[in-house]
Design a protein around this ligand. Structure first.
Ligand code: ADP
Ligand code: ASP
Ligand code: MG
Length: 471
C-alpha cells in the first residue's frame, strides 16, 4: 500500500488504535505502517492502544471463578500475542523481551484468578487489575513492532499518566494531576523523538492501584492524554470509515458522516453508538483540540471530523442509534400529584442499585414517572423502589410500580432538527406507517436528538425505516 504524503510538519498528534486494529499480525502491521506514514508530518506523535480484540472479555471471563477456563484462556492469550511478536518483531532479543513482559502479566493474572476461585469472591479493585492486563500486554508488542520498522518507541503504562479517584471499574480522572503527570513523563520522550506507546483504558489512583475508565474507555484515555499535552489533534482509529449514519453491522447501507458536531456525537455515543466512548468529548472540547474518527483498514478514507459548531446542515436527521435489552419502569399513583421529592427519591434509590438510566419521561399530570433501565437490572430496581416507597404504597399515594416487556430505544440525531419544526411528528408517522408502535418519546434539551422507545421486537424495523429518512 502506498502511504506517500507531502510533508507538512504540525505539532502534536495522539493516535488511538482500537482492539481490532491491533488484534492480528496483519492488523498490527497496518498500524505500524500508518504510524510510519504519519510520523514525518508531526513533531510529536503519541500512540494509545487498546488490548487485542476480545482479550478484555476473555480476561473478565477468567476472573469468573471457574478455574476450568484458566489454562485454555491463558494459552489463547499467549498464542495471539506470540503470533504478532513472531511476525512483527525482527530482533530476536527484543521479541523475547516483549514476550517475557507478556508472560509475567499472564502469570500475575492466573494467580489472581486462582485466588478469586479459592476465596469465592472478587473485588472491583482486583477486577480492574485483571481487566487492564490486555492493554499492558499489548504495549511491549506494539512498541517493539514500531522499533522493528525503524521508529524509536517506548511502552508507557498509563498508571504513570492518568490519576483517578477510587471508583474502580469506572474511575473519574483528576484532570490537574493527570495534566502534570502526563507532561512530566511524555515530554522527555517526545523531545528525544521517541513515540510513547501508551495503554488505553487504565489509570491509577493516589495509592498507585490500577483503576479503569469503564469499558471502551481507551478513547477517553486518548482524549485525556491529548488534552494534557496538549495535542493539536486526537485521531481515533477503528474498524469502520468513521462515524456512520447507523451501526454498519445493523444497517449495511450506512454511510460515513463526514462532519459531526460535538453535540451530535455526544448524543450518538450516549445512546449506544459504540464508535466513540461518550466521555471522550469533554476533555477535547475543554482543551479545544481537534478530533477525528478514521479507519485503520482504509487509511486513505478521511473518516469523520468532529467540530465544535456546525453551520446550516443539509438534511435533518444525520444518524440513528439504538440501545437494546431495556425495560421501562413506571411508578404511578394519583397521590404523587404535587408531592415534592418523588422524582429525587426515585432516582436516588435507582442510583443505589448501580443501574444506568438512559431515558426518563414524566407526564405533566405528575401522576407517573417512567424511565428505562437495562433489562438485567429491572427486578432489582423494582425491589429497591418498592422498599423505598413502602409508606407511600401503604397510604395508596403510589398505586403501582411495574416494568414493561423488553423494549429498545431508537435515537435520531442531527443539529438540523433544531431549525426544522415537525421532525418528531414525521418520525412517529413514518414508524406508524410501518406498524411500529412508539411507547414513549423524549427529546434531548439540546434539541439535537429525539429518542423513541419501541417494543424490543421492533427495534430493527424502526432503525431500518428511519434510516431511509436520511438523505
Ligand atoms: P474499537 O475497538 O476500535 O474501539 P469499537 O468496537 O469500540 O471499536 O467501535 C467500533 C464499532 O462501533 C464499529 O465496528 C461499529 O460496528 C460500531 N458502531 C456503532 N454505531 C456506529 C456508528 N454510528 N458509526 C460507526 N460505527 C458504529
Ligand atoms: N480493552 C478495553 C475494553 O474492551 C478498552 C477499550 O477497548 O477501549 O473495554
Ligand atoms: Mg471502542
Amino acid at each position: 500500500m502506498a502511504f506517500a504524503l507531502p510533508v507538512i510538519q504540525k505539532n502534536t498528534l495522539v493516535m488511538k488504535f482500537g482492539g481490532t486494529s491491533v488484534g492480528t499480525p496483519a492488523a498490527m502491521k497496518q498500524v505500524v505502517q500508518i504510524v510510519a506514514a504519519e510520523r514525518p508530518q508531526w513533531k510529536n506523535l503519541v500512540v494509545v492502544t487498546s488490548a487485542l480484540s476480545g482479550v478484555t472479555d476473555l480476561l473478565l471471563k477468567m476472573a469468573s471463578g471457574d478455574t476450568d477456563l484458566l489454562a485454555g484462556s491463558a494459552q489463547t492469550i499467549r498464542a495471539r500475542h506470540t503470533a504478532i511478536a513472531n511476525e512483527l518483531i525482527a530482533d530476536l532479543e527484543k521479541r523475547q523481551t516483549a514476550l517475557d513482559a507478556m508472560e509475567a502479566i499472564v502469570e500475575q493474572i492466573l494467580n489472581l484468578c486462582w485466588a478469586i476461585s479459592v476465596l469465592g469472591e472478587s473485588t472491583p479493585r482486583i477486577m480492574d487489575t485483571i481487566a487492564s492486563a490486555g492493554e499492558r500486554m499489548c504495549i511491549p508488542l506494539l512498541s517493539a513492532a514500531l522499533e522493528s520498522a525503524g521508529i524509536p518507541a517506548q511502552p508507557v503504562e498509563a498508571t504513570r499518566l492518568i490519576r483517578t479517584d477510587d471508583h474502580f471499574t469506572d474511575a473519574h480522572p483528576d484532570m490537574e494531576k493527570t495534566h502534570e503527570l502526563t507532561r512530566q513523563v511524555l515530554q522527555p520522550l517526545l523531545t528525544q523523538g521517541i513515540v510513547p506507546v501508551v495503554t488505553g483504558f487504565l489509570a491509577a489512583n493516589e495509592k498507585g492501584n490500577i483503576t479503569t475508565l469503564g469499558r471502551g474507555g481507551s478513547d477517553y484515555s486518548a482524549a485525556l492524554i491529548g488534552a494534557a499535552l496538549p495535542a493539536d489533534d486526537v485521531w481515533i482509529y477503528t474498524d469502520v470509515d468513521g462515524v456512520m449514519t447507523a451501526d454498519p453491522r445493523l444497517v449495511p447501507d450506512a454511510t460515513t458522516v463526514p462532519v459531526c458536531s460535538y453535540r451530535e456525537i455526544a448524543e450518538l455515543a450516549y445512546y449506544g453508538a459504540k464508535v466513540l466512548h461518550p466521555k471522550t468529548i469533554r476533555p477535547v472540547i475543554e482543551a479545544g483540540i481537534g478530533l477525528r474518527v478514521c479507519n485503520t483498514f482504509n487509511y486513505a478514507h478521511p473518516g469523520t471530523r468532529l467540530v465544535a459548531d456546525l453551520d446550516a446542515q443539509p438534511g435533518i436527521i444525520k444518524a440513528i442509534t439504538t440501545i437494546r435489552n431495556l425495560q421501562l419502569i413506571t411508578l404511578e399513583g394519583r397521590g404523587m400529584l404535587g408531592v415534592p421529592g418523588v422524582a429525587a427519591k426515585t432516582f436516588d434509590a435507582v442510583a443505589k442499585t448501580g443501574a444506568s438510566v438512559p431515558l426518563i419521561t414524566q407526564a405533566s399530570s405528575e401522576q407517573s414517572i417512567c424511565f428505562a433501565v437495562p433489562a438485567s437490572s429491572s427486578k432489582k430496581v423494582i425491589q429497591t423502589l418498592t422498599k423505598a416507597f413502602q409508606s407511600e404504597i401503604q397510604s395508596r399515594d403510589i398505586d403501582r410500580i411495574w416494568a414493561t416487556d423488553e423494549v429498545g430505544i431508537v435515537t435520531v440525531v442531527g443539529e438540523g432538527m433544531k431549525a426544522t419544526p415537525g421532525v418528531a411528528g414525521r418520525v412517529c408517522s413514518v414508524l406508524g406507517d410501518h406498524q411500529v408502535n412508539v411507547i414513549a418519546i423524549a427529546q434531548g434539551s439540546s434539541e439535537v436528538s429525539i429518542s423513541l422507545v419501541v417494543d424490543g421486537t421492533q427495534v430493527q424495523e424502526a432503525l431500518k425505516v428511519l434510516h431511509q429518512l436520511i438523505q
